[in-house]
Design a binder for this molecule. Structure first.
Ligand SMILES: O=C(O)CCC(=O)C(=O)O
Length: 377
């Protein structure tokens, strides 16, 4: 474990209902104004127009600055590492040990890393290269993505349209793509982005299904559940880009949140910035080039009656380096009923549609997700 000093926005917002004016970030006014002016022009064409769109919020923050520093010490940790090679090595004891490691990490951390996961370094590198190429396109083209990349309308997102304060703003852009836009598509091998995404999505889907099956069987669920309920049209790949953020200290790359799915598999680059809550404290995740990151989502937390943890996480901004990640979300059909393994459980039953609609309504009303506390019995 290493201690790193980072500028992180405060506070964590997810479970606190508040009026945006009640939490005014303390900033160093001089530094902030200088940083705003220092914005590089190199990425102007590709970057979303954060400065223009959020001019008022940025100006308000600068005006409210009180002259205190935002440096917060965050410990950098290695997440538990699970070697998945043991699942296919032909030794029953090792296979059981591996399954137990996955289950333990899901209970104690809600986050872990997997190595020997079956996705080659070559494919990961190619996927990253294609992702970078895609994001390097001018903003004008990306924001008209339905003509540009043939993803469904609304796949390209940036910033936080509902933000009413600077701490509700995510300084990032993303392509949030349904797997049905990718898998089984007949775009032809000339479309390198699509064929790379198709190969990656196929491999990462199989990995997610395997992990979910292990976690589900431990809860006494049918091993067929995920194959039947989490299909390409219900699962997503989200390609994230975090541009350098010159307004350091107040803005997240991605706001604190939990994932509204069964589980997520993340491929991040080596820049760092992902943080999660462990034992009530934010910790920074040390990037591991050999590993993919797995985290438990809200639906598994409900299924397991709080045994598996859907942990709040966030991305902090970097003033100099851009950062890339790809998240795969294992989600069910809208009508799939989510219920605890034994009833009455901690949460009432709900359909995935109901959960998603509630999350969207809260984000619209309050600027952030409330999530599972809404469904506690
Ligand atoms: O980029 C990361 O490290 C986290 C991404 C994430 O949390 C998300 O896409 O929901």
């Amino acid at each position: 474990m290493k201690t790193v000093k980072m500028f992180v926005p405060k506070p964590s917002l997810q479970y606190t209902l508040y009026k945006s004016k009640e939490h005014k970030p303390k900033t160093n006014k001089k530094r902030k104004n200088k940083n705003i002016k220092k914005r590089s022009s190199a990425n102007v064409a590709m970057d979303p127009p954060f400065h223009e769109a959020y001019k008022t919020l940025l100006a308000e923050t600068a005006a409210e600055a009180k002259g205190t520093s935002d440096v917060v010490t965050v410990e950098e940790w290695d997440l538990p590492v699970v070697d998945l090679g043991r699942l296919t090595g032909g030794k029953v004891e090792e296979e059981e040990e591996c399954k137990n490691d996955i289950i333990r990490a899901s209970k104690e951390w809600g986050f872990f890393q997997v190595v020997n996961h079956g996705i080659s370094n070559q494919l990961l590198a190619k996927m990253r290269a294609k992702q970078i190429e895609l994001f390097k396109q001018p903003f004008e083209r990306k924001s008209k993505e339905d003509q540009f990349s043939n993803f469904s309308a609304g796949s390209y997102r940036w910033g936080t349209p509902s933000a009413t304060s600077i701490t509700q703003l995510s300084w990032s852009e993303a392509f949030h793509v349904s797997l049905s836009d990718i898998l089984g598509s007949n775009y032809g091998s000339d479309d390198d982005l699509r064929s790379t995404m198709e190969e990656y999505a196929g491999k990462v889907s199989r990995l997610a299904q395997k992990l979910a099956e292990i976690l589900g069987e431990n809860l006494g669920r049918s091993s067929k559940f995920f194959i039947e309920n989490c299909v390409p049209s219900t699962c997503y790949l989200r390609m994230n880009r975090y541009p350098p953020c010159p307004v350091q200290g107040q803005i997240f790359g991605l706001m604190p949140h939990t994932d509204s799915d069964f589980l997520t598999i993340l491929h991040q680059d080596q820049v760092g910035g992902l943080e999660l809550v462990k034992d009530g404290k934010w910790i920074a995740v040390k990037p591991n080039p050999q590993a993919l990151i797995v985290n438990i989502g809200d639906l598994f937390q409900v299924w397991s009656n709080d045994e598996y943890k859907s942990v709040e996480h966030r991305v902090v901004t970097n003033s100099r380096k851009e950062r890339y990640s790809i998240a795969y979300f294992l989600c069910p059909w809208s009508e799939t009923v989510i219920k605890s393994k034994s009833e009455p459980g901690v949460y009432r039953r709900f359909s995935f549609r109901e959960f998603r609609n509630q999350v969207q309504e809260d984000v619209r009303k309050y600027g952030y997700k409330i999530g599972l506390p809404r469904f506690v019995l």
